[in-house]
Each structure stands twice: as structure tokens, then as C-alpha cells.
Design a protein around this ligand. Structure first.
Ligand code: M6R
Length: 609
């Protein structure tokens, strides 16, 4: 989703903006632009396409100045084009705005402004903001922005410049992420920390309805009512190198290989020294409050939702509490039964997904306790939840989520054990057994990664197909859904994941000679039944790639090709079985010549509903 960078200081702002926007490329975009205050006034340059297009235009005619705003746009209102790209200006070209989010009442505002004589050149909602601010300006840009945002409905993070006050950069947010970087004699704004990390590690995280006024020497934080806010600086302690490719061809591959570390870091110090109990100090609920819980709702989108499907089984198995899982965009609209005895768990890598955030708010409005599982400290989801389990996966840049998913699984194992310990639904011996098995996961992932060349070979084979299926039962089905999503989003091969026993109720009609079927069979108690379902597809000519546990000789007899994963407890097997599927998607995407890290039409952080 759109990326914002802003700079005021002593450097050539164009360079800071472009470098910052490059760090935000992972969010997904289709056009880019910058506005810089130059000797000739506020100048804008913008172009459809990759940043390289804009960069080459700026190379030919640089915009020289020490204050500027930049933007990568992911089209919502109006197609990707030069004119729809940000920054947008008013008719006098004295005001310039970059925006992430959606202004829901932009049509009414636009009509009102047209009546007053403004004329518009783009199809965007953002252009309305620059005109609105211009129309409200009476010598004070801060006041004009405050008045403008009070008239706007929707979601926004804004960076605003005006030629009338050329030393000031104004930023404001409601429901779209925005951070302020504080340097020495220079200050920054950004949609995400990597955009400014090269220059400073000191940041303020803006909350909803808050704004910041930046000059090169100062940063003032205030509410949109104008009340000054005093806040401690947040010191970013992770390394920029962690966010770079570290020698891998793509972020996705690096992030797949980061998973052993992500497992270790996420478990971290959350188990006691003896390895006999989970200690989730971040969960503020007392044992008594946990005993009052009647049900759990897990709400998330995409891959995070798939982690939630595994979480459902984990919590029901270990804590014996009924769990429902919901796609966040559906949750609010089905009038879910939420009571003060409901625990709502929201899962979000970015912590900024609009649907998930809205579900969280719905849960809180209804009195539920909310736990967030997120990878981003200080994200909106983290700040609004009652308790937060941070997944220590490190920054995830590739649009396709890998290490965030597996770290979310670890968070669910920890949480399931924590709840089970409090409720007495899991025996001490079983807790120790699960903890011991969790500790083995990092080396077991490493063993799977060693099979990557063989997986690449199969990926190249399936990359020539346009349709395929994933099947599995129980937790294997939950992982099949994730494998299918991963393949779709980066290889653009159509695939469907089916509960293996459900195929014969309709979908079997689609099985024809040579169609690839990826069959997961890691769940011992369901093994024979899954093999029967595999026979149903092989009998109809499918090319079956099986996934089994080490030592399961039987599966090899029923499939065309088999991969194995090291043995673990059935409850933990998703943490391993998903790894070959991630590699399969990666190599299939590569074989098809796709942009692996930035698949078409997708954004890393989906901040619109
Ligand atoms: O940041 P979130 O975890 O809330 O994002 C949710 C989904 O948008 C995300 O998981 C998406 O499905 C990924 N691109 C999948 O790889």
C-alpha cells in the first residue's frame, strides 16, 4: 500500500526521498513522485511505473532543495498514471500533499470545492486534500491542516508542504501508519521505519488524530485540536542489514531462510529454564480471568488468517476452549456474539491491516479482551490491543508472508500452552514434551531447507501448469490453504486447497490427466484416510506430489514424487510442513519469470478496507 517519506534538513532532499521510497517498495506500488521546495518554488515530479522511471527523470532534471515529500502510490481511486500519482497540488501549486489511505467523503468535498472555483486534474481522492487545505489557508499551515482533517472522513496519513512556509513539513495521521524520525539538524517522516533508518534510530510513532510539525531543528507533536503532546522517543534497535537481502536473490528467499532464527527469537525467553512451562509475561490476564473465558475468536486476513486456523486447533487441543476463526473483513458484518467472556485474538504481521484493526475495535466495543499477535512493535494493532505477543521474526519485506506466518504459529503454541497451564487442561508432562519439540524446530527447518534443490526441480515442473490442487486433512488442510495462497500470489498459477475428504463432493470433476495435486499427509491419525483420497486423484490421472514425515515409506508407494519433513508432534507439524510449500511457490514464481518480492496487484500492508 502507498508509502510516504518526508524530509527537512541540510541534505539534498531528493536523494533522501528516493532512498526512503526504495525501502518502502515492499509495500507495493504502481507509480511514484516527489515534491521539493527549490529556488523556483515548490516543484513536483511524478511518474507511473517503478521508482527507476522517476529516478531517471530526476537524473535528467534534479529538484534541488532541503525540504520535500515523496510517495509511492498503490492505486485505489483512479488508474495508475502520471497524473494520478502523488504528490498532488492545488491550483496555485503552492500546496503539495502525499497521502496514504482513502478519503471516503471526497466526492462531496470535491463538489463543494468545484463550486468555489477549484478545478481538478486527477481522478484521485488525494487531490481534494491539497485543494481543501489551500482553501482553508489563512497564513498558518498547521491550522489549515487541522481544519481540513476535521472535514475528512476515512483513513489517512498525510505529508503536507506549502511554499508560503517553506521551512515546515506537516504530518498527520488517522488509521494509516506514520512515523517521525528525529535526527540532528534534520527530521523525517515515513510510513515505516526502514524508510528513515539509514539516517536515524530515534522515532516517534504517531497515533490517530495526532500531527507533527517538523522543521530542520525541531519536531512538535500535537493533537489535531492543537494540544501539544510530550512523548518519549522510541529507539529502534534492529539492524538495517536485517532488512536487506543479505546476499539472497530475493527478500522472500532470505525470509524463508530466516525462519530458524525467527523460531528461536520468538520462543526466546518465553519458556522457563527447566523447559517445563511457558512464561508469557506479556499476557496480563490472571488465571481467574482465563477461567472465565467462554470462547475465543481468532480474526485476521490472508496468511495471518491461515495461522489462525492452526491456532484454533492448538487452543482447542491444549486449553479446551471453543474457538471460531474469521476472516477480518467478514467479522464485523456477521454480528458475531462477543461478550466480556470472549477472548479475541487478532493476528497481523504488519499490525496495520485495516480490516483486522476494524475487527479489533469491534471486539473492544463489545467488551472483549483482545490479544494481538503482531510482528511490528508500536503498530496500530499492538497499541490498541490489551495484550500483545510480538513475533520476533524481524522485518518482513517480501509481499508473500513466510517467516511472519511461522512465527505466528509459534505464538499460538506459546499461547495455547499458557492458557492450558492456567486452566489445568494440559498435563505437565505434555507441556514439557511440546516445549522440547518446539526447541527442535529450528534445526528441523534447516534440514528441510537442505532439500531446496529437489523442491526447485518439482517447482519448475509445476510452473508450466495453470491449475493445481492442494489437499490435506486436519492441520494438513490448514497448511494446504496457506500453500495454495502462497503459490497463487507469487506464481499466478490458479490453485485450490481442499479438505482431502471433500474432493469427491464436487471438485473431483476437475481432476484430469497430469494435473498436479500436492497432498499433505503428516497427521498420523489421518494418514490412511488421506492416502485413500490420494488414490481417488491418482486413479484419475493426477500427478501427485506427497508430503510426509520422515520414515513414512507408505506414501511414496501412492504418489509420483515425495518430500519428507523431520518428525515432530502432530500439533507442531504445520511449523515444518509449510516450509517446502514456501520453497515450491518461490521457485515456481522464479521459473515463470515473475517479480517474486513484489507480485502484481498486491501490497505488503493493506491499509484500506
Ligand atoms: O499484515 P497482515 O498480517 O495483517 O497482512 C494480512 C494479509 O494481507 C497478508 O498475510 C497477505 O495475505 C500476504 N500477502 C500473504 O502472503
Amino acid at each position: 500500500m502507498c508509502g510516504i517519506v518526508g524530509y527537512v534538513g541540510k541534505r539534498n532532499s531528493q536523494e533522501v526521498l528516493i532512498e526512503g521510497l526504495k525501502k518502502l517498495e515492499y509495500r507495493g506500488y504502481d507509480s511514484a513522485g516527489v515534491a521539493v521546495f527549490t529556488q523556483e518554488g515548490l516543484q513536483v515530479k511524478k511518474a507511473k511505473g517503478r521508482l527507476a522511471v522517476l529516478e531517471s527523470q530526476l537524473g535528467d532534471a534534479p529538484l534541488l532543495g532541503n525540504i520535500g515529500i515523496g510517495h509511492t502510490r498503490w492505486a485505489t481511486h483512479g488508474k495508475p498514471s502520471d497524473v494520478n500519482s502523488h504528490p498532488h497540488t492545488d491550483n496555485s501549486s503552492k500546496f503539495s500533499v502525499v497521502h496514504n489511505g482513502i478519503i471516503e467523503n471526497y466526492i462531496a468535498l470535491k463538489e463543494e470545492l468545484i463550486e468555489k472555483g477549484h478545478h481538478f486534474v486527477s481522478e484521485t481522492d488525494t487531490e481534494v486534500i491539497s485543494h481543501l487545505i489551500a482553501s482553508l489557508y489563512e497564513g498558518d499551515i498547521v491550522k489549515a491542516v487541522q481544519q481540513a482533517v476535521k472535514r475528512m472522513r476515512g483513513a489517512f496519513a498525510l505529508g503536507v508542504l506549502t511554499e508560503y512556509e517553506p521551512d515546515k513539513l506537516v504530518a498527520v495521521r488517522l488509521a494509516s501508519p506514520l512515523i517521525i524520525g528525529v535526527g540532528e539538524g534534520e527530521n523525517f517522516i515515513g510510513s515505516d521505519i526502514p524508510a528513515i533508518l539509514e539516517y536515524t534510530r530515534n522515532v516517534y510513532i504517531l497515533n490517530d488524530y495526532e500531527m507533527a510539525v517538523l522543521t530542520k531543528e525541531s519536531v512538535e507533536l500535537m493533537t489535531i485540536e492543537g494540544n501539544f503532546i510530550s512523548r518519549e522517543l522510541f529507539r529502534v534497535d534492529w539492524d538495517i542489514v536485517t532488512a536487506e537481502k543479505a546476499g539472497f536473490d530475493h527478500f522472500m528467499l532470505k525470509e524463508i531462510y530466516d525462519q530458524p532464527k525467527a523460531y528461536r527469537d520468538t520462543v526466546g525467553s518465553r519458556i522457563n529454564d527447566a523447559g517445563t512451562a511457558v512464561e508469557l509475561k506479556e499476557i496480563g490476564m490472571t488465571a481467574e480471568q482465563i477461567k472465565q473465558l467462554r470462547n475465543v475468536h481468532i480474526v485476521a486476513c490472508g496468511t495471518a488468517y491461515h495461522a489462525g486456523l492452526v491456532g484454533k486447533t492448538v487452543i482447542e487441543t491444549l486449553a479446551r476452549i471453543p474457538v471460531e476463526t474469521d476472516v477480518a473483513s467478514e467479522y464485523r458484518y456477521r454480528a458475531p456474539i462477543i461478550t466480556p467472556n470472549t477472548l479475541v485474538i487478532v493476528v497481523s504481521q504488519s499490525g496495520e491491516t485495516a480490516d483486522t484493526l476494524a475487527a479489533l475495535r469491534e471486539a473492544k466495543r463489545n467488551g472483549a479482551r483482545v490479544i494481538a499477535i503482531t510482528n511490528v512493535v508500536g503498530s496500530s494493532v499492538a497499541r490498541e490491543a490489551d495484550d500483545v505477543i510480538v513475533t520476533w521474526a524481524g522485518p518482513e519485506i517480501a509481499v508473500a508472508s513466510t517467516k511472519a506466518y511461522t512465527s505466528q504459529l509459534v505464538a499460538f503454541y506459546l499461547l495455547g500452552l499458557h492458557l492450558g497451564q492456567s486452566l489445568g487442561t494440559v498435563e505437565a508432562g505434555e507441556v514439557a514434551e511440546i516445549i522440547a519439540a518446539m526447541k527442535q524446530l529450528p534445526e528441523q527447518v534447516e534440514a528441510i531447507l537442505e532439500q531446496s534443490e529437489a523442491i526447485k526441480g518439482v517447482a519448475e515442473q509445476i510452473s508450466t501448469h495453470n491449475n493445481l490442487f492442494f489437499i490435506g486433512r486436519g492441520l494438513d488442510y490448514a497448511v494446504a490453504l496457506e500453500g495454495s495462497l502462497k503459490l497463487k500470489e507469487i506464481s499466478y498459477i490458479h490453485s485450490e486447497a481442499y479438505a482431502a475428504g471433500e474432493l469427491k463432493h464436487g471438485t473431483l470433476a476437475l481432476i484430469e490427466e497430469g494435473i498436479p495435486v500436492i497432498a499433505l499427509a503428516t497427521q498420523e491419525t489421518l494418514f490412511e484416510k488421506t492416502v485413500s483420497n490420494i488414490k481417488e486423484v491418482t486413479a484419475r490421472g493426477a500427478f501427485v506430489i506427497g508430503l510426509a514425515n520422515d520414515g513414512d515409506e507408505e506414501l511414496a508407494k501412492s504418489v509420483d514424487q515425495v518430500f519428507t519433513i523431520p518428525r515432530t508432534l502432530p500439533l507442531l507439524s504445520p511449523a515444518l510442513s509449510v516450509i517446502p510449500l514456501q520453497l515450491l511457490s518461490y521457485y515456481a514464481s522464479l521459473a515463470r519469470g515473475n517479480d517474486v518480492d513484489k507480485p502484481r496487484n498486491l501490497a505488503k500492508s493493506v491499509t484500506v478496507e
